[in-house]
Design a protein around this ligand. Structure first.
Ligand SMILES: *Cc1c(COP(=O)(O)O)cnc(C)c1O
Length: 384
């Protein structure tokens, strides 16, 4: 199985598609065409690869986690997206889309952000390429992630607080899409994960594929298990893309309070059909997680498809397990990862030695980001 081709009509089996207002259909079609062309254009690919190398710090290392792996009785390799510029994998996708926006003659980037990592990455790319950036962020997340708001403003972006609904990522995404509708000729909507209408799930996976491609060439042998945390699912999608044609089991780990795959049902959210957390009336339910970046009721449609096929499996961990995992990794390896990334670590801690992850397993774990942004949350206690 490979994930190379553009999905026909943006469909991944029963999922995906393009459920947007009439006024956005031409913009999505134009974007799909532009990405298809750019991705086949050596000049575009070379420029992106160059920026990823000299600006974002790629390739990121693969670190053998010898002490933690030893304690758990497994071979554990960490793909270090925490070491990419701005502190997470988000920069891979953002640089790709920002170059595409410039190619399309757009001068303004519009983005949604949850933990603020995607907003910071977007503000960074805007500064680098001389574009303007408007970042929509839920007012609840603004309170939780003040440092990232300050970073975005330092980089010259405008941060717009969103006070509707649960005041988190879902609401910020709605507002960002509205702002795009109002300013299509000048704006590019720079979506941060593998959700949204076609071409976003495909395009963002392709921009994140670099994680899996690098890791595949860095691992000493094909892993038995490849594991990554899942919010919208972009770091997992990029990682899985490098291993979907191998025998490795692919495991996505969701927050127990945002478990679209485990606790959701098929539905449409933010422009595509996927698995979505819903209440009894089919209204989108509120997610809740200690990690703002996983506090999202949906998941990208390709994950819904891989899950339906049984090619990828999805697990959940609790906030308490996540906090324990971040501390354990820090003490054993000297790496303070993001709360989001710690979901993948928490599953490995729980599963190691069980039938789900037998002793001796070779495990590749994508560490999606670094934990600096979470120090305030962690120092205030796990119940925040
Ligand atoms: C945004 C973010 C995530 C969640 O997004 P995905 O699209 O699921 O990858 C995970 N980890 C970090 C560090 C993030 O910033």
């Amino acid at each position: 199985m490979t994930l190379m081709a553009e999905p026909a009509a943006g469909r991944f089996g029963d999922f995906g598609g393009r459920y947007v207002p009439e006024s956005l259909v031409p913009a999505c079609a134009e974007l799909a065409g532009a990405f298809r062309e750019a991705w086949a254009d050596k000049t575009f690919r070379d420029e992106l690869d160059h920026l990823l190398a000299v600006y974002a710090g790629r390739p990121t290392p693969l670190t053998p986690a010898l002490r933690l792996g030893g304690e758990l009785g497994i071979d554990l390799w960490l793909k270090r997206e925490d070491l990419a510029h701005t502190g997470s994998h988000k920069i891979n996708n953002v640089l790709g889309q920002a170059l595409l926006a410039r190619r399309l003659g757009r001068t303004r980037l519009i983005a949604e952000t949850g933990a603020g990592q995607h907003g910071v990455a977007t503000a960074t790319a805007a500064a680098l390429l001389g574009l303007s950036a408007t970042i929509f962020m839920g007012s609840r997340d603004i309170e939780r992630q003040r440092l990232n708001v300050f970073r975005m403003e330092m980089l010259g972006a405008t941060v717009v607080p969103v006070t509707s609904g649960s005041r988190t990522l879902k609401d910020a995404t709605n507002e960002a899409m509205r702002a795009w509708v109002a300013d299509v000729p000048h704006s590019h909507f720079l979506l941060g994960s593998v959700g949204g209408p076609h071409p976003y799930p495909w395009m963002v996976r392709e921009f994140q594929r670099v994680i899996g491609t690098e890791a595949r060439s860095q691992v000493p042998s094909v892993p038995d298990v490849v594991v990554a945390c899942v919010g919208g699912g972009s770091n997992a999608a990029g990682t899985f893309a490098g291993f979907v044609d191998t025998t490795a089991r692919l495991i996505g780990v969701e927050a127990a309070g945002g478990a679209a795959m485990t606790a959701g049902a098929p539905g449409v959210v933010h422009g595509s059909r996927s698995m979505v957390l819903q209440d009894a009336e089919g209204q989108i339910a509120e997610a809740s997680s200690i990690a703002a970046g996983l506090d999202y009721p949906g998941i990208g449609p390709e994950h819904a498809h891989l899950g339906a096929l049984g090619r990828a499996e999805y697990r959940t961990v609790t906030d308490a397990e996540v906090v324990a995992a971040i501390h354990r990794l820090a003490r054993a390896e000297g790496i303070i990862c993001a709360l989001e990334s710690a979901h993948a670590v928490a599953w490995v801690l729980r599963a190691a030695g069980s039938a789900d992850l037998p002793a001796g397993s070779r495990v590749l774990l994508t560490l999606s980001g670094r934990g600096d942004k979470d120090m305030v949350t962690l120092s205030e206690g796990a119940d925040k």
